[in-house]
Design a protein around this ligand. Structure first.
Ligand SMILES: Nc1ncnc2c1ncn2[C@@H]1O[C@H](COP(=O)(O)OP(=O)(O)OP(=O)(O)O)[C@@H](O)[C@H]1O
Ligand SMILES: [Mg+2]
Length: 309
């Protein structure tokens, strides 16, 4: 049994006041997410991701199709107690402190007060808000609110998490912490379905992804299967190199991209590695990594979606 089953889900929004017309935001979406997966839901602005989340959370009634979570229909209350949700634009009670807000969310999930208090403290710590726990939410920055939203989604220790852009508004440290949080949840066997525009995060965290465009599924599967492998090409990352070395590398590498620490060089095959080593060692540079060259998710996105918009 898949943890999330989406079948032919379709959503039309009615727009216009005098002359009403329908806009199809989601068009026969089929998707399955298996137990323990971290599943990335991608697509450009307006693709239909939030619409999908809203249907799954029963904030919208779909025009057609159906979905099940943990094998149950969407309105099953016992199933709903086992899931957590971070909305794209969470609504907060601004006069509560972060701690009060979480205890309140705990109460909504029927947690006894002392357990809710303990859980709130743990979660505030996990999302890096311990120091601001007793501050009013109206004084929180955007990223701090996002952290509070993440904590809220976890209050009932859910088995399945629905996160609509969990990384949005987070600073680099916050993003790393959120990635670690998700990795921990995965290690504890949770299933995580999340949308994101931050492709490097998606690449680092997901088992599988689905790519949506204009309400339609463009592609889904393991990243390693979706992304083209570039035949025998090799990607070498080097550090401690100067302009001169970069110029030498450019003589034989297919592509050399400077990075803050050094450079990323794409080589035609592993035969060029010896030459690369010779060049960088001569300048006291260092080889950081060598990998088969693979299309990045960003390249894929541009190839698949770029031409369609
Ligand atoms: N309440 C609404 N009424 C009318 N149209 C809507 C409504 N909400 C969303 N839409 C339309 O549905 C489509 C999908 O929107 P949705 O919010 O699901 O996209 P998204 O993939 O979450 O985008 P983003 O990455 O920008 O968050 C868009 O064309 C949007 O204009
Ligand atoms: Mg959205």
């Amino acid at each position: 049994m898949s943890v999330i089953e989406i079948e032919n889900l379709t959503q039309d929004y009615q727009i216009g006041f005098w002359r009403k017309r329908n806009v199809r935001a989601l068009d026969s979406l089929n998707l399955r997410v298996e137990a323990g997966e971290v599943f990335g839901f991608l697509g450009p602005n307006g693709a239909g991701k939030t619409t999908t989340f809203k249907i799954l959370m029963r904030m919208l009634r779909p025009t057609a199709g159906e979905a099940r979570i943990l094998g149950q229909p969407l309105d099953d209350l016992r199933m709903r107690a086992r899931i957590g949700y971070l909305p794209e634009r969470p609504y907060f009670y601004h006069y509560l402190t972060a701690r009060e807000f979480l205890v309140f969310c705990g109460a909504l999930c029927d947690l006894p007060r002392d357990r809710a208090a303990k859980r709130a403290a743990d979660l505030l710590d996990q999302v890096g808000l311990s120091d601001s726990a007793d501050k009013h939410l109206r004084k929180f920055s955007k990223g701090m609110l996002q952290r509070a939203g993440l904590a809220q989604a976890l209050i009932n220790d859910p088995e399945v998490l629905f996160l609509d852009e969990p990384m949005s508004g987070l600073d680099p440290l916050g993003r790393r912490e959120a990635r670690e949080l998700i990795a921990n949840l995965r290690a504890r066997g949770k299933t995580i379905f999340f949308s994101s525009h931050i492709l490097t995060d998606v690449e680092a965290m997901c088992d599988r992804v689905a790519i949506l465009n204009r309400g339609r599924l463009v592609e889904s599967g393991r990243l390693s299967e979706i992304l083209k492998t570039r035949s025998n090409e090799i990607e070498a990352v080097v550090s401690g190199v100067n302009e001169e070395i970069l110029a030498e590398l450019r003589e034989f590498a297919l592509e050399v991209q400077p990075t803050p620490e050094g450079a990323r060089a794409r080589l035609e095959s592993d035969r060029d590695i010896a030459r690369l080593l010779e060049v960088i060692h001569h300048a006291n540079g260092r080889l950081v990594s060598v990998n088969p060259a693979r299309e990045s998710l960003e390249d894929f996105f541009m190839r698949e979606i770029g031409g369609m918009k």
